[in-house]
Ligand binder design. Structure first.
Ligand code: SF4
Length: 368
């Protein structure tokens, strides 16, 4: 039985409109309208989430797929998402589900001029949103039954299904599971502070180091994302950062250096994943990222002072391995999403004793 769920983090206005304060868009939503994510809806001066019980994807993934390389390496994450996203990145790799509400919304709802004759009840509107009826209890039980060590809120933007993520994360933690966000970082400080109380890790996309690029390509702003990265880290959430390196868009030495230096200013222990771009959705006119370009990005990250930089989406090239930042010996050998060997013992390099940053980093068995 589907359940109507009032959204959190909004302000009601006397004229019946609401301001959603969940993410930095701070959408001003008139009666009958939805926010920019397409899944938060003003009905009668109250804001509702349309996706609390509408899970579009749930599956077991290696944690390395998120990617997390310094958070329970070699483990599995029960991975869930709903449709919707706060951003509209032209090259989104998951656009079929992230942009679903914006691609399928009735125009009268998108504009806020809801036609009560067409959408007379919130339940009917919610029924338009695709997804399986799943509760936090179902998700946590399935995660435990499948042997996962964490629940991952991923594929689209977890901030826009905040209420489901939060309730699930509370329950998951009670049952001994960890929680992680794979996020675009577009979240306001207050909800971030609250989700951080039940979040163990966040992989934040840092797509550009340019306000203009964020505005033009993703319809967002850079500054709040930098602030979110700082805040997650300051609150003790384990942070990793991912940058999809897009030829001709964000692959200049200056921009990659600026990204690396920013991450380093937060902490040199934050792993940086520089990943290969594949043409997708509205960005089909650019080539796949050259391996040499990722290698150069990795060198830029290491030169900036980062301890761990990884080349993503190019299995078998060696850029996915973890090396000791002091003695440079191989610690974790990976192929794609799979860990072939993990030599870390008691959180340290077995060769020089250096502490290796992360959560649950140690392997099992003899240090090969
Ligand atoms: S969560 Fe959705 S409705 Fe709320 S401010 Fe962000 S885009 Fe707008």
């Amino acid at each position: 039985m589907a359940r109507l769920f009032e959204a959190r983090f909004y302000e009601a206005r006397p004229d019946g409109s609401v301001v959603c304060t969940l993410c930095p868009h701070d959408c001003h939503i008139p009666e009958g309208g939805r926010g920019a994510c397409g899944v938060r809806y003003n009905r009668g001066g109250r804001l509702y989430t349309l996706v609390y019980d509408r899970v579009i994807a749930r599956e077991v993934n290696p944690i390395e797929k998120k990617p997390f390389f310094h958070f329970l390496p070699g483990s599995y994450a029960y991975s869930i998402s709903t449709v919707g996203c706060s951003l509209r990145c032209a090259y989104c790799q998951n656009w079929e589900i992230s942009q679903w509400p914006k691609e399928h919304l009735p125009k009268h709802v998108a504009s806020g001029a809801a036609d009560r004759a067409v959408c007379p009840r919130l339940e009917a509107l919610q029924g338009e949103v695709p997804g399986e009826y799943v509760t936090p209890e179902t998700i946590v039980a399935a995660a435990l039954a499948s042997g996962c060590q964490s629940v991952s809120y991923t594929f689209t933007e977890p901030t826009i299904f905040y209420e489901l993520a939060y309730d699930t994360a509370v329950l998951a933690r009670e049952r001994g599971l960890k929680n992680n966000f794979v996020t675009n970082g577009y979240i306001n400080p207050e909800p971030l502070r609250e989700i951080a109380t039940v979040l163990d890790a966040a992989n934040v996309d840092l797509k550009f180091f340019s306000e203009e690029s964020y505005r033009r390509v993703s319809r967002a702003r850079l500054a709040p994302i930098l602030e979110a990265i700082r805040l997650y880290h300051a609150l003790g959430v384990w942070v990793e950062v991912t940058t999809l390196v897009v030829p001709g868009l964000n692959d200049s030495e200056a921009e990659l250096t600026a990204i690396a230096e920013f991450i380093c200013s937060v902490s040199p222990a934050i792993p940086w994943h520089v990943s290969r771009f594949y043409p997708a959705w509205h960005m089909l006119d650019r080539p796949i990222t050259e391996v040499s370009s990722l290698r150069r990005a990795r060198e830029i990250g290491l030169k900036a002072g980062l301890k761990y930089v990884y080349e993503g989406n190019i299995p078998g090239e060696g850029g996915e391995n973890t090396y000791c930042p002091r003695c440079r010996h191989l610690l974790i050998e990976r192929y794609g999403f799979h860990v072939r060997q993990n030599r870390i013992r008691d959180g340290r390099c077995p060769d020089c004793g250096e502490t290796i940053d992360g959560v649950g980093m140690s392997g099992t068995g003899p240090a090969a």
